[in-house]
Design a protein around this ligand. Structure first.
Ligand SMILES: CC(C)(COP(=O)(O)OP(=O)(O)OC[C@H]1O[C@@H](n2cnc3c(N)ncnc32)[C@H](O)[C@@H]1OP(=O)(O)O)[C@@H](O)C(=O)NCCC(=O)NCCS
Length: 241
C-alpha cells in the first residue's frame, strides 16, 4: 500500500452502503477514508451506517462531488439501483473515479474483467475470461465460472453458482444459492428466488424460482429489480455493451 488514503463519498445510506462500509473497515482501511454519505432519507448531519455522517442529499452530492478530489461509491440499491445507474453515467461523464471494493480474499482470475463500482465479498471466485459489468455486487461464496458474462447492475446473492458460459444480462438479481447450467441465459431485469436452479433460459422482467427455475410472475414496481419500463429507460446508459 502506498500513498495517502483516498477520500470516499458514498451515495445511499441503506443496507448496501452499510455492507460496503463494513467491507472497507475490514479490508481497505489504509486505502479509503470514508467522508460520509449522501442520502435523501436521513437528515443532513445525522450519523449514517457505522457512524459516518450524512453530508447532504443526493442532489447536493451530485453538485459538490465533481472537482472535490473524492472518489465515489454508489450504493443505492436494490429498490433504487436504477438511480445508481443514472448517477454512474453522469459521474463517468464528469471523470469521477469509483471505488472498487473487491475483498483480497476473493479469487479473481487475471483474465477476468470486472467493471467499476464493484463490491465483491470474501470467498467469491471469478474464473477465467469472465466479463462482469459495472455496479456489480457478489455476496460471500459466489462462483462466477469461466467465460460467464454478467451485465451491469447485477447482484448475486450469497452462494450463487454460475457454471461456465452462463450469461446474466443487465439489472438482474439472483437470490441466494441460485445455480445455473452451463450456457444458460437470464435476460435483463429478471430475479431468481433463493435456491433456484436455472436449467433453461429465463425471459426478461420476470420473477422465477424453483427447481428447475420457472417464471412465477412478471416483475412489479415493488420488486428488487427495476420494472421493465425502467429497464427500457436505462437502455444505452452504459454505452457500448
Ligand atoms: C422469489 C421471491 C423474489 C418471491 O418473492 P414474493 O413474490 O414476495 O413471493 P411470496 O413470498 O409471496 O411467495 C409466492 C409463492 O412463491 C413461492 N416461493 C417464494 N420464494 C420461493 C423460492 N425461493 N423458491 C421456490 N418457491 C418460492 C412461495 O412458496 C409462494 O408459493 P404459493 O403461492 O404456492 O404459496 C423471494 O421469495 C425470494 O426467494 N427472494 C430471494 C431473496 C434473496 O435470496 N436475497 C439475497 C440477498 S443477499
Amino acid at each position: 500500500m502506498s500513498g495517502s488514503p483516498t477520500l470516499l463519498r458514498i451515495f445511499g445510506a441503506g443496507l448496501r452502503a452499510q455492507v460496503a462500509v463494513d467491507q472497507i473497515a475490514w479490508h481497505f482501511k489504509e486505502k479509503y477514508v470514508v467522508e460520509g454519505y449522501y442520502d435523501d432519507k436521513l437528515p443532513v448531519g445525522s450519523a449514517g451506517p457505522n457512524g459516518f455522517p450524512v453530508l447532504g442529499t443526493i442532489d447536493q452530492g451530485v453538485a459538490e462531488t465533481p472537482g472535490s478530489g473524492a472518489q465515489v461509491y454508489l450504493a443505492m440499491g436494490t429498490y433504487r439501483s436504477w438511480r445508481s445507474c443514472e448517477l454512474f453515467a453522469e459521474f463517468l461523464a464528469k471523470g469521477l473515479t469509483f471505488a472498487r471494493l473487491i475483498a483480497p480474499t476473493a479469487h479473481v482470475s487475471p483474465s477476468a474483467v470486472i467493471g467499476e463500482n464493484a463490491l465483491i465479498f470474501g470467498g467469491v471466485f471469478v474464473g477465467s475470461e469472465a466479463v462482469v459489468g459495472h455496479l456489480f455486487t457478489a455476496h460471500g461464496g459466489t462462483v462466477v465460472e469461466h467465460h460467464c458474462t454478467v451485465g451491469h447492475n447485477v447482484l448475486l446473492g450469497p452462494g450463487v453458482t454460475l457454471a461456465g458460459l452462463t450469461q446474466i444480462e443487465d439489472h438482474c438479481f439472483l437470490g441466494s444459492g441460485t445455480s445455473s447450467k452451463p450456457r444458460t441465459r437470464v435476460a435483463s431485469g429478471t430475479m431468481t428466488g433463493a435456491g433456484s436452479v436455472v436449467i433453461a433460459d429465463l425471459p426478461p422482467g420476470v420473477i422465477a424460482a424453483g427447481v428447475p427455475a420457472v417464471r412465477q410472475r412478471d416483475v412489479t414496481e415493488n420488486d428488487e429489480v427495476p420494472h421493465p419500463s425502467v429497464v427500457k429507460r436505462l437502455q444505452g446508459i452504459f454505452g457500448e455493451q
